[in-house]
Design a protein around this ligand. Structure first.
Ligand SMILES: NC(=O)c1ccc[n+]([C@@H]2O[C@H](COP(=O)([O-])OP(=O)(O)OC[C@H]3O[C@@H](n4cnc5c(N)ncnc54)[C@H](OP(=O)(O)O)[C@@H]3O)[C@@H](O)[C@H]2O)c1
Length: 416
């Protein structure tokens, strides 16, 4: 019996998500990006035999998934992939295993291959993903799935769940560190390469981080942040994470700081509330006191006052790249750093890079590089807490609780 986490209308995920079991609606029709409904219908009628089936192992519950369900996420790249009649399947990230391969096609996938979505919004919170020859001819399965060269090794070492947040999350971390600063020029890159679709992976591999330079971020305990600091450290930088104390108790926050300094490979962890409580001590001053140079790159997932702390600590000519807005507060920018320090504010969206800003070869290279980093012991996987799909209410409530040390919620997508 198949199962899936579905929604038929937008709203609060706890109100509109539904565990469908049996979910007996295969084969799904993954339309092309921006495909019109009439084109989808035409493809349905030209369907021929021959089906590839991917069994999803695990899918993380990311902040963007909640926004997609709520209808507040830009949908052009996402919902069209996932809209079967009026039923949509939640989830964009995850990984799976090919359990049936279409032998008659030119598929590069074989039974037993481990794969991750090659495009955003695939609807990963399901036990199985089917597509057939007609889909394959038009979509090419390499557009839908990326094969992990060392997937079996990853599974053997870490099991089905822990690797689930490595791919889009880790891919975002990697690109945030690579697309916005340049190792050679004093100035940061004025044109980031997120739309670079030449087939070469050279730019992707160039280390943009200067030895010992400070890399500053907020939400350092998020899954992306956890990978940013580890990859920054691996590249030779000195990561500094700003986090909030929030509603955790002091002992939990001590433990969190310890985790971020050890597994997270941070040089320094600063609690936002301490900056607010003592407004004479700025983040820039704290960095200087620790012998950390002003950062060329600050990575913002929060907005509001937290982003202001990052901005005011940037080196002249520095860049703050925003990839999330967890506080839901806007970013206010004083004239002074813009005018006299020539700081630059940019945004980054991994879905755009996946859908339009990269070739399959580049996406595959990035995913396999992340797997290598983990398997070769250079970075560790973000902490996770596993729930079964049918326990999604418990999972989402746990995720919303601000009183625990955060772990990424990961759904076990396998059938019982
Ligand atoms: N642009 C892209 O391509 C892209 C890709 C991936 C993720 N993202 C975004 O990146 C952010 C992090 O994603 P993730 O999957 O790594 O998240 P995550 O693991 O779920 O962690 C969420 C983070 O946000 C913090 N947070 C939650 N509510 C907050 C609030 N009201 N004010 C300040 N901080 C708050 C949490 O801190 P506490 O633990 O203290 O609650 C935690 O650090 C999200 O905004 C997500 O949408 C963007």
């Amino acid at each position: 019996m198949y199962h899936a986490l579905t929604f038929r209308e937008h709203g609060d995920p706890l109100a509109v998500l539904q565990y469908d079991h049996p979910y007996d609606n295969p084969p799904q029709q993954p339309p092309l990006v921006d495909e019109e409904p009439s084109q989808q219908q035409q493809r349905r009628t030209t369907r021929t035999s021959g089906t590839t089936v991917v069994e999803f192992l695990a899918a993380p519950w990311n902040p963007a998934d909640a926004m997609v369900v709520a209808g507040t996420y830009p949908s052009a790249l996402l919902l069209s992939s996932n809209n079967i009649g009026r039923t949509m399947i939640a989830g964009s990230e995850g990984w799976g295993r090919v359990v049936q391969a279409n032998a008659s096609s030119s598929s590069y996938l074989a039974v037993g291959d481990y794969v991750v979505p090659g495009r955003p919004g695939l609807g990963t919170m399901r036990s199985h993903y089917h597509y057939n020859t007609a889909d394959e001819q038009e979509h090419k399965d390499e557009q839908l799935f990326i094969k992990l060269d060392r997937g079996a090794e990853l599974y053997t070492k870490f099991g089905p769940f822990a690797p689930a947040p490595l791919f889009q999350t880790g891919g975002t971390a990697w690109r945030l560190l690579h697309d916005f600063v340049d190792n050679n020029n004093h100035n940061n890159m004025r044109n980031n390469n997120s739309n670079n679709t030449d087939n070469s992976n050279n730019n992707m591999d160039k280390n943009p981080i200067r030895p010992g330079e400070t890399i500053l971020q907020n939400a350092g305990n998020s899954a992306v942040g956890y990978l940013v600091s580890q990859i920054a450290s691996y590249l030779g930088g000195r990561p500094v994470s700003l986090v909030r104390r929030g509603r955790r108790n002091p002992a939990q926050n001590d433990q969190l700081a310890h985790e971020l300094m050890t597994h997270g490979k941070n040089e320094l962890v600063v609690f936002e509330e301490d900056l607010v409580a003592d407004s004479t001590t700025t983040l820039a001053q704290i960095l200087a006191d620790q012998g950390l140079e002003p950062p060329r790159l600050a990575i913002n997932a929060v907005g509001g006052r937290s982003a202001q702390h990052l901005l005011s600590s940037l080196a002249a000519g520095g860049t703050m790249v925003t990839y999330g807005g967890m506080s839901k507060q806007p970013i206010s920018v004083a004239t002074y750093p813009l005018l006299f320090h020539d700081v630059r504010l940019v945004g980054y969206w991994q879905s755009r890079w996946m859908a339009h800003g990269s070739t399959h070869e580049q996406r595959r290279h990035l995913m396999n590089q992340l797997v290598d980093l983990v398997l070769d012991g250079h970075i560790s996987l973000p902490p996770t807490k596993v729930f079964r799909l049918e326990s999604f209410v418990e999972a989402l409530r746990w995720d919303q609780s601000e009183e625990t040390i955060r772990c990424k919620v990961v759904f076990d997508c396998r059938e019982k």
